[in-house]
Design a protein around this ligand. Structure first.
Ligand code: ATP
Ligand code: MG
Ligand code: MG
Ligand code: MG
Length: 464
């Protein structure tokens, strides 16, 4: 069976509406919650229901939520992590039970009227001491050999350091022995996690204690892009219909072919992902800045511009992607169409400014390269100076040097970078993107402040 992204989205929401859940629209990427930098899960907009300060008349809720996860930025370009993605979810705030949640998930996944996935390709993980979940899956017809126990790191979910949390059960699809991987929960691609059922029942306090929430809750999240890849019989997020279309756009603009070269593939994926994220962020009112969510936006946008150049696109191109995103997704997310002019204006201004920086760096690099002897490597100190003065990314330096027949002394470059990082570590420990240790870290500090300010700085929270 094959289903498009749009069909999966619609079928999921209808299915849970049919079970009595109320359909909620996606909330904004800018959360209504000062403790959260960006919306990162379907449950964000329901936090008050979990904690019991709000009650819902219906037995539960269902939604398709726009999400953005900065903790996954380092992994963008792998087969399953995106920065922006859509999360399908069904929720209960004391309405329906854990047994219902498991039975309905099973029905939706395996019924030929819905996803129609074969049971022998499904694997479940549960929290280590959650025998109840094991028996509930088994009662649906899942063999014990398809159910495994995992520890808290994988199967105990928490919205953040404090607040709602509880054991969860995750569902994996076996993509087949041609993919690497031994078992659900490892790093391989063979067993692809696509749905997380969280049985939220505790409210973690500052002191680490775990009192019960006012009632037991259900919070599930299914990655729509991952499910689209499964239903379209492809091994990666990027092969689903929506993202594949954005990759094709990159192929046309850069005159390259997908699946011909690993490095180009990575750039194609990064530009597809980041351009979509940027379009959605601006449409939700986020503007580039040097802090908070505006900083996340700026870095995604610049990384997209840089990878576009790396794979050979000439001239400004990001608004072309934004238009394609709007064409593909504007019917489901009307804010894209409503704010198209804003998106265009912000994207082209920011891209233009960053392109100037890159141009200045490139000119200087070319001068340095022409001064080298034949086959002589570019000194690491020069590469570092380009990085330090113009924010010129090292990957691009290598690319251009290579094209001119020169290597780059990477050992010396790395040493200079380490030294600089050490200095930075000593002087400050400043942003939410600690893990995103890429070439823009320093660049950001040297750019002039933008005209746009207005979001208070807050801390990103981890999420599993
Ligand atoms: P992973 O282990 O692959 O990083 P996760 O355990 O962090 O995923 P959850 O927090 O359980 O993900 O989110 C619920 C679902 O949302 C996942 O099962 C997956 O289908 C989807 N999802 C999570 N992160 C991403 C992402 N970065 N890109 C695309 N889909 C995602
Ligand atoms: Mg996981
Ligand atoms: Mg998970
Ligand atoms: Mg994750």
């Amino acid at each position: 069976k094959t289903m498009t992204t749009a069909e999966i989205r619609e079928d999921f929401l209808k299915f849970f509406e049919g079970k009595g859940c109320k359909l909620y629209p996606s909330s904004s990427l800018v959360p209504d919650d000062p403790s959260l930098l960006l919306t990162n899960a379907g449950m964000n907009q329901f936090k008050e229901y979990y904690q019991g300060s709000k009650t819902m008349r219906e037995i539960g809720a269902t939604s398709c939520q726009k999400c953005l996860r900065t903790n996954d930025i380092d992994n963008i370009g792998d087969s399953r992590h995106l920065s922006f993605f859509e999360m399908l979810g069904n929720f209960s705030f004391g309405g329906y039970s854990k047994a219902d949640a498991i039975a309905w998930a099973f029905e939706f996944m395996t019924s030929p009227e819905h996803l129609g996935l074969p049971v022998d390709r499904l694997y479940m993980t549960v929290f280590e001491d959650d025998d109840e979940a094991i028996e509930l899956w088994h009662a649906q017809g899942v063999g014990y050999d398809h159910i495994s126990r995992l520890g808290a790191e994988d199967n105990f979910w928490a919205a953040g350091p404090t607040g709602p949390c509880g054991p969860c059960s995750e569902i994996y699809f076996d993509q087949g022995p041609e993919f690497e991987g031994e078992k659900p929960g490892d790093d391989g691609d063979r067993f692809l996690e696509f749905w997380n059922l969280v049985f939220t029942q505790y409210d973690r306090q500052e002191d680490g204690s775990l009192p019960d929430l006012p009632h037991r809750n259900i919070d599930t999240g299914m990655g729509l892009e991952r499910m689209a890849a499964i239903m379209q019989h492809e091994g990666s997020n990027y092969e689903g219909d929506v993202l594949r279309t954005l990759i094709s756009l990159g192929e046309n603009l850069a005159h390259v072919a997908y699946h011909a070269d690993e490095r180009t593939d990575k750039s194609l994926r990064i530009v597809a992902d980041h351009s979509r994220a940027v379009t959605f962020m601006i449409a939700d009112g986020i503007l580039p800045s040097n802090e908070g969510r505006g900083y996340v936006l700026r870095r995604l946008l610049r990384r997209a511009v840089y990878h576009g150049r790396l794979m050979g696109i000439e001239g400004a191109f990001l608004t072309t992607y934004a238009h394609e995103v709007t064409r593909l997704m504007g019917d489901v997310y009307p804010e894209l169409t409503e704010n198209a002019a804003l998106v265009d204006g912000i994207v082209s201004a920011e891209e233009g400014r960053f392109t100037q920086t890159l141009d200045a760096g490139e000119e200087s690099l070319k001068a340095e390269l022409s001064a080298l002897g034949e086959g002589e490597a570019l000194p690491g100190a020069t590469a570092f100076k380009l990085h330090d003065t113009y924010g010129f990314p090292i990957d691009l330096t290598r690319e251009i040097a290579e094209a001119a027949g020169h290597g780059v002394d990477m050992a010396a470059f790395d040493a200079a970078m380490d030294e600089q990082r050490e200095r930075a570590r000593r002087s400050a420990n400043r942003d939410a993107w600690g893990s995103f240790n890429d070439v823009w870290t320093q660049l950001n500090d040297r750019l002039p402040e933008t005209e746009f300010k207005g979001y208070e700085r807050d801390r990103a929270r981890g999420c599993k």
